[in-house]
Design a protein around this ligand. Structure first.
Ligand code: PGA
Length: 264
């Protein structure tokens, strides 16, 4: 599978439902922004995206930083209307969000289906957002059925997307068994990641042919400042989706530094 384009590396911070107050959110964001402004090689060769809870987006968009973009953690598949409790991609785009995490396993645990994620992806693209499709198996069974699970998940979530649109989608491979919020979680290795990234790339290239190589794939699942370098170098990925460690400015900045150093 040719991947002739050098992908710009991308590091996401997924804050999930944290922190508790706007003041803390502004403090964390400002601290990361200040430290990142001092790191070389973060300009052209990598992107940094922080995805806070919806309610903090507007305030954070006013904090000056040229290096950090904003993303959201979900978006309703539609633009405006009588949908109590929902927030649309159009609204998020209007607040300055550039990316949106969709299909996260913590949302899927509440019953979100591949079909719903597919609708959200299309709607987010129509709103000018770049969807970050989270996907990955719950367990690695000895019979290797998890490959079929991942294939179905990917195909159903990307159903109906054409070649032009797929290049705007980021795939986040997040094996649920490795995510920090999973009980009795286990560490995934860069080799586990690489194997799945190759598999995902094969599915993408069967479906989207020549443009598939340009689709960025990132890894997420308890990434921290100790293993980020290994995942970036040996996991076959174009970036990382960091949850828990992104709430610690020091750890998150360290991960960004590692990525910037590898990019040199
Ligand atoms: P984690 O979260 O790094 O805390 O495991 C990643 C994610 O769930 O997006």
């Amino acid at each position: 599978m040719p991947n002739n384009k050098v992908a710009t590396k991308i590091i996401f911070g997924n804050w999930k439902m944290n922190p508790l107050t706007l003041k803390e959110a502004e403090k964390l964001f400002s601290l990361v922004a200040k430290n990142v402004s001092q790191i070389k090689n973060t300009d052209k060769k990598m992107e940094i995206v922080i995805c806070p809870p919806f309610i903090y987006l507007e305030a954070l968009s006013k904090i000056r930083t040229s290096k950090i973009k904003l993303g959201a953690q979900d978006a309703f598949p539609g633009d405006v209307g009588a949908f109590t409790g929902e927030v649309s991609g159009e609204m998020l785009s209007g607040l300055g969000a550039k990316y949106v995490i969709l299909g996260h396993s913590e949302k899927r645990a509440g019953g979100e289906t591949n079909n719903e994620v597919n609708k959200k992806i299309k709607s987010a693209l129509a709103a000018g957002l770049r969807p970050v499709l989270c996907m990955g198996e719950g367990v690695r069974d000895p019979e290797h059925n998890y490959f079929n699970f991942v294939k179905t998940e990917l195909e159903e979530c990307l159903n109906g997307l054409n070649k032009n649109l797929i290049s705007k989608v980021i795939i986040a491979y997040e094996p649920i068994w490795a995510i920090s919020s999973t009980q009795n979680r286990k560490d995934a290795t860069p080799a586990d990641c690489l194997e799945m990234v190759i598999f995902i790339r094969k599915i993408l290239s069967d479906k989207f042919r020549d443009v598939a190589g340009g689709v960025r794939i990132v890894y997420g699942g308890s990434v921290n400042e100790k293993d980020a370098g290994d995942f970036l170098q040996k996991g076959g990925v174009d970036g990382l989706l960091v949850g828990k460690a992104s709430l610690d400015a020091k750890k998150f900045v360290e991960i960004i530094k590692i990525c910037a150093t590898l990019n040199k």
